[in-house]
Design a protein around this ligand. Structure first.
Ligand SMILES: [Zn+2]
Length: 457
């Protein structure tokens, strides 16, 4: 990489930095949580307003803009059919419990704080300024570059469904909506619903969980039983004829079960250890115990690994009683050596005909080879700017990238770098971003686009 170009990119980033912060602040001021559909606003007024403003900002920077029916929009520099792209999003998750107004950008000790500064309004502005560089410097473009601005990433990704149905896909696309350096693969995502065929027995009611992809922090049950005692994780108290059981675990995301302790599993263990269930009902609960005993799926024989991804994980996210039967949901993140059919068959076998298993969702593993020149270009720009020797990684989650034929997630978060206590995480209270790291990210994105322009696709 040309030293002079790197110096020029750094100069551009410094000279434009106050503009970047100002424009992030303008976008943060719009509460863009998905709301009720209104005429011309498929995701409600918040995302539409943020999208309009994002395109306005792009226009002020001298870029051409297109609003695709308030589903998604884009800014572009250059002309031509085949194009390169970035994709970010301007919708956000709800904000509660913040120490100050989440919609007023604050600067503190080198950090900016506000909803969306990191996920993903800040990165959106970085992409617009990366295009501004190409425009201001009059870079000759073999391929036009488009900065896509989504409006529904946090909910259903209907923005991208719409775009890919109505527009040709980019030759290559990177999405600044994850961690640095670069994510080149995402595990398969499998969901199933398991319904017990048995009528309720000693367990008269059981419930826990908030979503299928979230490991529940608490779970409770009403059971018929003799004397019961509370334990460290399960409290038992009389409620008339019945016992009310309440299990407390540690909540977490289905992608990271290592950090959590599933409350449903604790409750199931308690019920079995205290001989509350018997016969077929016990068999049903033994099936649950096998599922919950190991989030790598070894309890039910679902374990799988390959040379691309971390091992398979599987969790039970929800449990409830519906129409007199226990129902549960399962979330698995699987590598290339497993599949949704295999998982359904394993779950069916685990309950030996006592429960019906229905697949409710599946997205196959997504993987881009490390030999891909576009990936190598992005990673080498990252390493050139940071002085690191970082390698791409894969994840268990699902991002925009898997929807494209040729895309990766590319920064800008640095979970490995220490941050002060006041700097909150994405989706959390007091979401923050470090200004120096963000400016560095802008430099990385500009240099990557320059390198990507040189490749044949
Ligand atoms: Zn995001």
């Amino acid at each position: 990489m040309d030293k002079k170009v790197i110096e020029d990119v750094k100069l551009f980033a410094r000279e434009n930095w106050e503009g970047v912060i100002r424009d992030i602040g303008r976008l943060v001021a719009v509460d863009s949580v998905r709301g009720e559909e209104q005429p011309g606003m498929p995701f409600g007024p918040g995302p539409a307003k943020a999208l309009k403003l994002g395109l306005e900002i792009a226009g002020e920077l001298g870029l051409d803009t297109v609003n695709c029916e308030n589903m998604i929009g884009y800014a572009q520099v250059g002309q031509g059919e085949k194009y390169l792209a970035t994709i970010t999003h301007l919708d956000v998750v709800p904000s509660a419990g913040w120490s100050e107004d989440p919609f007023t950008l604050r600067r503190r000790e080198g950090f900016i704080i506000g909803r969306g500064v990191m996920d993903d309004k800040g990165p959106s502005v970085l992409c617009l300024y990366a295009l501004k560089y190409l425009k201001d410097r009059g870079v000759e473009l073999r391929y036009p570059v488009r900065a896509l601005l989504g409006a529904d990433e946090e909910s259903k990704m209907q923005d991208l469904d719409y775009y890919l149905k109505n527009y040709p896909a980019p030759l290559f696309c990177f999405s600044p909506d994850a961690n640095f350096p670069l994510c080149n693969g995402e595990k398969g995502i499998y969901h199933a619903r398991i319904s017990s065929r048995l009528p309720l027995g000693a367990v008269a009611d059981i419930r826990g969980g908030v979503a299928r992809n979230v490991i529940p922090q608490s779970a409770e049950a009403l059971v018929h039983a003799g004397e019961l005692k509370s334990t460290d994780s399960v409290t038992a108290r009389r409620e008339g004829e019945l016992w009310h059981l309440c299990a407390k675990g540690v909540g977490g995301h289905a992608c990271h079960p290592e950090d959590a302790c599933n409350a449903i599993g604790l409750l199931v263990n308690y019920i079995l250890e205290n001989d509350i269930v018997s016969g077929e009902e016990k068999e049903l609960f033994l099936g649950m115990q096998r599922l919950h005993s190991d989030y790598y799926g070894r309890g039910i024989g679902a374990q799988a690994s390959d040379d691309k991804f971390e091992p398979l994980t599987i969790i039970g996210g929800e449990i409830a009683v519906e129409n007199g039967h226990i129902v549960m949901t399962v979330d698995s993140r699987y590598p290339t050596t497993s599949s949704s059919d295999k998982l359904t068959a394993i779950l069916e076998k685990n309950w030996k005909g006592l429960a019906d298993v229905v697949k409710t969702g599946d997205s196959e593993p997504f993987y881009m080879s490390l030999d891909n020149p576009a990936i190598q270009a992005c990673v080498s720009c990252y390493n050139a700017v940071t002085g690191e020797n970082a390698k791409p990684y894969t994840i268990g989650g699902g991002t925009y990238a898997r929807h494209f034929p040729n895309a990766v997630s590319f920064g800008p978060e640095h979970p490995e770098r220490p941050a002060p206590d006041f700097a909150g995480p994405i989706h959390g209270v007091d979401e923050a971003a470090c200004e120096d790291w963000m400016r560095e990210a802008l430099e990385i994105y500009i240099l990557s686009l320059l390198e990507l322009e040189k490749l044949d696709y």
